[in-house]
Design a protein around this ligand. Structure first.
Ligand code: AMP
Length: 430
């Protein structure tokens, strides 16, 4: 019979890789806590309109990558509704922010999330249809200081701290400002105008974007179109006084904190909700990501809450591609010996199985990592399994059970000794 496989673009995360996943998540939680963030968990699916309104109808995500279905009502009278597996988490967080009246506190909210997102993209290394993001959002009413450049710099400095603590080598921060909604609109119009006479020379995707979402043309990697793109107007020339001052303040704070960055005028990011600061962290080629070298991205979204019918609540956030972070760490790691268990208990004969399990229970409750063999195993097989898995083997035969003196073999020292049961846990820890 044909076997059933995981769906294309999805994958199983298995041990020992999951140890690294847990380490990354624990580090993120630890860093976020030090910066005053609390965890938010939003549903994996939302009404489709949430993403259409925030991410934008014309983006690749909404126009072709979402997993959307018509959810039937259960009763005749129930109307169906269009639902979508979340392709990103900012929209869900802001929806929850509005729904729970979080703005009423008048304070800044700092929220983080860790979880899967879904996009129907063409799968390749570092690009999946179910992928994980670790992200955070800082938002609040304007009088809480949520639109201050200090918040942008704090978020970027936090990311630098997290990547450094994880030991990511060679990361690069690209920074830009896309201005206010008005600046962006003026720039978008100028781009459309500049593209009109040349767009027929560009690839099909860019021809479409030139009409529907000209900012997206700047993201294009198409090698033939780069010459045209380099000659297009630059966003920096369209920033109003406020946006310009805000961007200068972000950069000044990063300079004081010693966070390195380069300004990349083409970094506009495709999502409709971004305003002012946008950023992306990348790693150099050859660090496990191939062409998908963007580790994380984010930016400010001062009008998003209002786009979703909420109060004015400027904010800034980011999403780290956890899959890509893991691939990078794995590519940069020097080969490490897998961590061995403290002990392998080898029962001598099936009759000793219950007693061996009882001994394992004692040791595990004392905090040791322990595996139990099986009384069916011949001694040679127990030795081989124990040597592979654990630092020491505890032989549990009839004599040991009755005398309370256990035979312990230490593989690295190549020694064997007898240890009283009461002292066993302490001896195995050493
Ligand atoms: P975005 O939400 O598009 O700004 O993406 C933020 C980050 O999520 C990117 O920098 C990637 O690291 C990661 N990411 C986005 N799409 C995928 C995907 N299909 N597979 C794996 N990681 C992704």
């Amino acid at each position: 019979m044909a076997t059933i496989k995981a769906v294309r673009g999805t994958r199983d995360l298995l041990p020992p890789d999951t140890t690294l996943w847990n380490h990354v998540e624990a580090s993120a939680r630890s860093v976020f806590a030090r910066y005053g963030f609390g965890e938010i968990r939003t549903p994996l699916f939302e009404v489709t309109e949430l993403f259409a309104r925030s991410v934008g109808e014309e983006t690749d995500i909404v126009s072709k990558e979402m997993y959307t279905w018509e959810d039937r009502g259960r009763a005749e009278s129930d109307r169906g509704q269009s639902l979508t597996l979340r392709p990103e988490n900012t929209a869900g967080v802001v929806r929850a922010y509005i729904e729970h009246g979080m703005a009423d506190s008048g304070m800044i909210e700092k929220l983080f999330y860790i979880g899967p997102q879904f996009r129907r993209e063409r799968p390749q290394r570092g690009r999946y249809r179910q992928f994980w993001q670790i992200g955070a959002e800082v938002l609040g009413p304007p009088w809480s200081g949520s639109d201050s450049a200090l918040r942008d710099a704090e978020v970027l400095e936090m990311l630098a701290t997290l990547l450094d603590e994880l030991g990511v080598k060679g990361w690069h921060l690209a920074l830009n400002s896309v201005g206010s909604a008005e600046d962006r609109q003026r720039y978008s119009d100028a781009l459309r105008e500049a593209l009109a006479p040349v767009k027929h020379l560009m690839c099909e995707d860019n021809q479409r974007r030139a009409e529907t979402n000209p900012l997206r043309v700047l993201d294009s990697k198409d090698p033939n179109d780069q010459g045209i793109i380099d000659g297009l107007p630059k966003i920096a020339d369209f920033l109003g006084e406020d946006s310009r001052a805000h961007f200068e303040q972000v950069k000044a704070a990063l300079d004081v904190c010693g966070v390195p960055y380069t300004v990349e005028p083409r970094l506009v990011r495709g999502l409709d909700y971004y305003t002012r600061t946008t950023f992306e962290f990348t790693v150099p080629d050859g660090n496990g990501l191939g062409t998908q070298n963007a580790l994380l991205g984010g930016g400010r979204y001062d009008g998003l809450s209002e786009m979703l019918g909420g109060p004015r609540a400027p904010g800034i956030g980011f999403a780290i591609g956890e899959d890509r972070l893991i691939l990078t760490l794995q590519a940069q790691a020097t080969e490490q010996e897998p961590k061995k268990l403290d002990a392998f208990i080898a029962p001598m004969g099936v009759a000793q199985n219950p007693g061996a399990l009882k001994l394992a229970q004692e040791l595990r409750r004392a905090g040791l990592t322990v595996e139990v063999g099986d009384g069916n195993f011949r001694l040679k097989k127990s030795f081989e399994a124990a040597d592979k898995l654990a630092r020491r083997m505890v032989i549990f035969g009839e004599d040991e059970a009755s005398s309370g003196l256990l035979t312990v073999k230490d593989f690295s020292a190549g020694e064997q000794e007898k240890i009283p049961r009461e002292e066993l846990a302490a001896a195995l820890k050493g």
